[in-house]
Design a binder for this molecule. Structure first.
Ligand SMILES: NCc1[nH]cc(CCC(=O)O)c1CC(=O)O
Length: 332
């Protein structure tokens, strides 16, 4: 049986971008929902402006372009829910929409993919490292100010291709993303949070739907919510919000809930790596949605202590990648 538009009744429609990474992560979430609730889910491919105009993304005001087409489809009822990489979602809540679930986080770390199996420490002085992320450049430059950071863009495959062709000696990508596009073979060094703190929310997926449907006919979405992850990313994203920074700001944050303690660490660094504010803070916490406020408080307190140490001045004036014309918006 099918309806006029070809849908099976009772089937949920998941809106996704077309890239391999997006469809892979959407499929993962869809399968988990079906497994846990029995609700069948079909993927609806949506083309975003960011997918078709990759060339001038920096002029479009950032990662929002990846998110807005999916949000439009949610709001006009074309799809029931959407899956985003959490780190691409602005911290400001979207009107009429709600974060229905945050999935259990995959490896949050960044990974170096270099020629000839080279690690970060083994790259020769002057080696060219491709990344458009001010956060990555700033923290990498703090360790290796002698490398040359070049802004590049494109999907993971495109970026890895620039190493293969010799255009750059290395690129830095999210480990979780490389898993999703099945390119772990390219990883030559995994960057621990004490060297490079990942983007707030990195490695976690966000399930978004219309607020007026969240607790109602879409209540099954909460089946894929992971409380410990949600507490951790809430603390991380509160740091970002409190610093009044966006996803393209040089802000790294990572939190982990272990043994009843949430440990949050964050860093803000100028793009040349010369100025850095790094801080950590812990709070005892039950793995319970009732702890969400305490997680946000932890993020707020940490951000305020960092602001007292000058973090807001770095956010306001981080400098530019390679001293050149990178501009905002090449996020991650
Ligand atoms: N900014 C693009 C983006 N958004 C999410 C991921 C990776 C997957 C994730 O962090 O969940 C990536 C690619 C990258 O940074 O290498």
């Amino acid at each position: 049986m099918s309806t006029e538009d070809g849908r099976r009744p009772g089937t949920a429609r998941l809106g996704t971008r077309r890239s391999t990474m997006a469809t892979t992560q959407s499929r993962l979430v869809a399968d988990a929902i079906t497994e846990r609730t029995g609700v069948p889910v079909e993927l609806e491919l949506i083309t975003s402006f960011g997918d078709v105009t990759r060339a001038h993304l920096t002029q479009l005001g950032g990662t929002g372009v990846f998110v807005s087409a999916l949000r439009d489809a949610l709001l006009d009822g074309g799809v029931d829910f959407a899956v985003h990489s959490l780190k691409d979602l602005p911290t400001a809540p979207a009107e009429g929409l709600v974060l229905a679930a945050v999935t259990e986080r995959d490896d949050p770390r960044d990974a170096l993919c270099a020629r000839d199996g080279l690690t970060l420490d083994a790259l020769p002085a002057g080696a060219r490292v491709g990344t458009g992320s001010p956060r990555r450049v700033a923290q990498l430059a703090a360790h290796r100010p002698d490398l040359v950071y070049v802004p590049i863009r494109g999907n993971a495959e495109t970026r890895l291709g620039k190493v293969a062709s010799g255009e750059v000696d290395a690129v830095v990508l999210a480990y979780a993303g490389l898993v999703r596009v099945d390119r772990l073979d390219a990883v030559t060094d995994v960057l621990d949070p004490d060297r490079v703190l990942p983007a707030p929310g990195q490695g976690a997926l966000a399930v978004e739907c219309r607020a007026d449907r969240a607790g109602a006919d879409l209540a099954y979405l909460s089946a894929v919510d992971h409380t410990a992850t949600r507490l951790a990313v809430t603390a991380e994203r509160t740091v970002l919000a409190e610093l009044e920074a966006g996803c393209a700001a040089p802000v790294g944050a990572h939190a982990r809930l272990e043994g009843g303690v949430l440990r949050l660490e964050a860093a803000v660094a100028s793009t040349d790596g010369s100025r850095q504010v790094r801080a950590a803070r812990t709070a005892e916490m039950d793995v319970d949605p009732a702890s969400l406020k305490a997680a946000a408080d932890l993020g707020r307190e940490l951000a305020r202590s960092m602001i007292a140490d000058g973090a807001d001045r770095i956010v306001a004036d981080p400098g530019e990648i390679g001293g050149g014309a990178a501009g905002p918006g090449a996020g991650a």
